[in-house]
Design a protein around this ligand. Structure first.
Ligand code: NAP
Length: 255
């Protein structure tokens, strides 16, 4: 499996107008990549392009709109081929058993899962046809286990991890790499609204560097920070009689 380098093409990042996506764009630019950026808001994408003249392709689109995403990918690839796609756009809406609503569930499924699927449908066949490329799906540590206050969100992110696992069997035979990216708490406009304690809260640029390190090493599950990811993965493998009380104790104040 050949992991793409800047000489092999460009990187396409969705959700690049703020937070982790913007930091990923900046970190790739710092490493010599040309970057194509997609989000709904045009101004932050153009502001990035103004800072890196000639190295940022601005393609605003809503990832839930298949026609817009297909057109965006076609427009990007009419110039340079996408060697690495990081499908990062997503959202988190808190819910509990008491506040659960199908409408909130649907909003997160539509964006986090179906929106990512729309992007995959636009780029994956092109990479398969070239027998080359790399895809990163931004899930979450909250996709490794159902955590308090995040039922709908955890369901979408667990779905993305399962999707990446399943696709890997086929993509491995086609020379296309795929990773499931599972950040813990990262400073961004998304987490700025959280009022509960966020252990091991990271800066977005540190998260971006960790993600790129994982992608460059073709790590399938890029789960971080270690201090949160490791215990969660161990707890996940234990019987539920141990898992539930320990998670409840560890997340006290978050429910
Ligand atoms: N921050 C964390 O602690 C954390 C932890 C684990 C996983 N994650 C995941 O990381 C990803 C990025 O989150 P973040 O924290 O960086 O949040 P953020 O700053 O709110 O970024 C979300 C990005 O998604 C874009 N977006 C939202 N809806 C879109 C749509 N319909 N079409 C196109 N783009 C859309 C937003 O841009 P526009 O509004 O301009 O469209 C923005 O660029 C998400 O998938 C999130 O679930 C975050």
């Amino acid at each position: 499996m050949k992991i793409p380098k800047p000489a092999d093409g460009i990187v396409w990042i969705t959700g690049a107008s703020s937070g982790i996506g913007l930091a990923l764009a900046e970190a790739h630019l710092a490493r010599g990549w040309t970057v194509a950026v997609t989000a709904r808001r045009t101004e932050p994408l153009q502001a990035l392009a103004a800072r890196f003249p000639g190295r940022v392709i601005v393609q605003p689109a809503d990832i839930t709109d298949a026609d817009a995403i297909n057109a965006a990918v076609a427009a990007i690839e009419a110039g340079q081929k996408i060697a690495r796609a990081i499908l990062n756009a997503g959202t988190y809406e808190r819910d509990t058993a008491e506040t659960f609503s199908a409408a909130r569930f649907r909003r997160q499924v539509d964006l986090n899962l179906t929106g990512t699927a729309i992007c995959l449908e636009a780029i994956m066949p092109r990479m398969i046809a070239r027998n080359a490329g790399q895809i990163g799906l931004v899930a979450s540590l909250a996709g490794l286990a159902g955590l308090p206050g995040s039922g709908s969100y955890s369901a979408t992110k667990a779905g993305l991890i399962a999707l990446a696992e399943s696709l890997k069997f086929d993509l491995d035979k086609r020379g296309v790499a795929i990773s499931a990216i599972c950040p813990g708490f990262v400073k961004s406009p998304l987490t700025a609204k959280n009022t509960f304690p966020m252990p091991f809260l990271m800066e977005a640029d540190a998260a971006a560097n960790t993600i790129i390190k994982g992608l460059d090493a073709n790590t399938f599950l890029i789960a971080f920070p270690e201090g949160l990811a490791r215990p969660l993965r161990i707890l996940r493998s234990l019987p539920y009689g141990v898992f539930f009380p320990l998670i409840a104790r560890g997340t006290k104040g978050q429910d």
